[in-house]
Design a protein around this ligand. Structure first.
Ligand code: AMP
Ligand code: ZN
Length: 475
């Protein structure tokens, strides 16, 4: 049974979806005024894994990740670049998809609302809050009155009185409390605006997410996610305004990923200690980046460094080598039973059990990943001893399990991209002959390396007394 650590209850809560067999989830997306950094990629990968695991559990998932396409930072950057806020936002939405393409996100059915597409719904939302006495207007700005919601502070575990001191004081005549936050901001000279009943202005960030979530997923939905820095004030404020709007808590499970750190500090744009995802992409493929995030539990802080990525790359190589070997054995149909079946079956079953237990314990991909590595290790040992004379039925099941988990949930590409482009025949023959030669010279380590490399390219070698022949493995 799946349990999720719920920031709201500070507990591992048993997961029960609102509608049987369906999950509705919302993840806060980027404010589009720049390329995203590798820290921003963590929630993208983490919540894609959550999406994929829920799918593995046979839930029909509706996944929403918004774009904040109007915001102070966008307005400032647009004016610096001499373009409209819309042009700037559109440009970085395109860049977002380019930069994340290699991360292999399950995009087909995902919804990506933009805040500016929901302005009229935001206006009505604010009007209702004013009417119900939860919001008030001062010269075109509208504020949420935190004192009007007695549960304010529950998500971030703070008391309103403490917040009055903690919150950055916006010295503003008429604001009832420094903790009151802007639902709607009046436009200053030259700023973009929408005309509403409370004047010309633009929505506040918190309001945007509440309205988009509600419009696309309903009054109450299952999961809301984002990085841990969003707990306060963003998600606290979302809860306050949505609860006051409808009279019900808007979300059942609040999930937050831990930080990606660099030299002990959160990677962030404001600290200027970031590395852009597009630059990491130049050196490391998407599968390495995904595995780097997923080999740790999503709530743990992790450190970003080149060394870590290099080590992850080596782990991925090990996975791919084993997968290529398993795949080639699975391709055969000549061995129906073998003395190794029981051992393989028990390795598969215990790996599957541990994998699912790990994933069910708040998506603990570190445990799940360990379970896969253990299986790979055992299978390799058995293939070494058995000289690969194992029954292909079990090895096929193992292959299917690796595909369902590593490709289906971790979304790693198990097949390496073709290094031998178009399988250039003369190059393959050169390698096959080279391997035969080094084998004759008893350099078994090198000959094996070449054999595995070719296997990964879909080329299988058969040895005979006369030499080696090769054939393409049908996919
Ligand atoms: P932002 O553009 O700052 O609103 O961030 C977009 C998403 O990335 C949010 O879910 C943040 O919580 C998350 N995020 C930002 N920086 C980091 C980081 N260093 N580590 C993990 N998540 C982050
Ligand atoms: Zn949000």
């Amino acid at each position: 049974m799946l349990k999720i650590y719920n920031t709201l209850t500070r507990n591992l809560d048993e997961f029960k979806s609102i509608d049987a067999g369906k999950v509705k989830m919302y993840v806060c997306g980027p404010t589009v005024y720049n390329h995203i950094h590798i820290g921003n990629a963590r929630p993208i990968v983490v919540f894609d894994m959550v999406h994929r695991y829920l799918r593995y559990l046979e839930y029909d998932v509706t996944f929403v990740q918004n774009f904040t396409d109007i915001d102070d930072k966008i307005i400032i950057k647009a004016s610096e670049e001499g373009v409209s806020f819309k042009e700037l936002a559109e440009k970085y939405i395109v860049k977002y998809f380019e930069d994340t393409k290699e991360l292999n996100i399950l995009e087909e059915k995902n919804l990506h609302p933009k805040a500016t597409e929901y302005i009229s719904q935001m206006e009505s939302f604010v009007q209702k809050l004013i009417k119900k006495g939860h919001a008030y207007e001062i010269r075109g700005d509208v504020y949420f009155d935190v004192e009007s919601f007695k549960e304010y502070g529950t998500l971030s575990d703070q008391k309103i009185d403490e917040l009055q001191i903690g919150v950055r004081k916006e010295l503003m005549d008429g604001k009832k409390s420094p903790a009151d936050f802007a639902l709607w901001k009046s436009a200053k000279e030259g700023e973009p605006f929408w005309s509403t009943s409370f004047g010309k202005g633009r929505p506040g960030w918190h309001l945007e997410c509440s309205v988009m979530g509600r419009e696309l997923l309903g009054e109450v939905f299952d999961i809301h996610g984002g990085g841990i820095d969003l707990v306060f004030p963003h998600h606290e404020n979302e809860i306050a305004q949505s609860h006051c709007f409808s009279g019900r808590p808007p979300v059942n499970y609040w999930m937050h990923n831990g930080f990606l750190k660099i030299e002990g500090e959160k990677m962030s744009k404001s600290l200027k200690n970031f590395t852009l995802l597009k630059d990491v992409n130049k050196e490391f493929e998407g599968s390495v980046i995904r595995l780097f995030f997923l080999q740790s539990h999503y709530r743990k802080p992790i450190d970003f460094s080149r060394t870590e990525l290099e080590m992850t790359k080596a782990s991925l190589e090990r996975i791919r080598n084993s997968y290529a070997r398993i795949k080639s054995v699975a391709q055969r149909s000549d061995i129906l039973e073998s003395e190794f079946d029981d051992q393989l079956l028990s390795a598969l079953e215990s790996s599957k059990k541990e994998f699912e237990e790990g994933m069910n314990a708040d998506f603990n991909t570190a445990i799940a990943n360990g379970a896969i590595f253990q299986l790979i290790k055992t299978v390799n040992q058995i293939l070494d001893i058995s000289k690969e004379r194992v029954s292909n039925k079990l090895i096929l099941q193992i292959k299917e399990f690796l595909l369902a988990t590593l490709e289906g949930i971790f979304a790693l590409k198990l097949e390496r991209c073709d290094i031998i482009e178009n399988n250039s025949t003369s190059f393959i023959e050169y390698l096959v002959n080279l391997r035969y030669q080094v084998k004759m010279e008893k350099n078994y380590a090198l000959s094996d390396n070449i054999r595995i490399f070719l296997l990964e390219q879909g080329i299988e070698i058969r040895d005979s007394k006369e030499g080696s022949t090769w054939k393409k493995i049908s996919q």
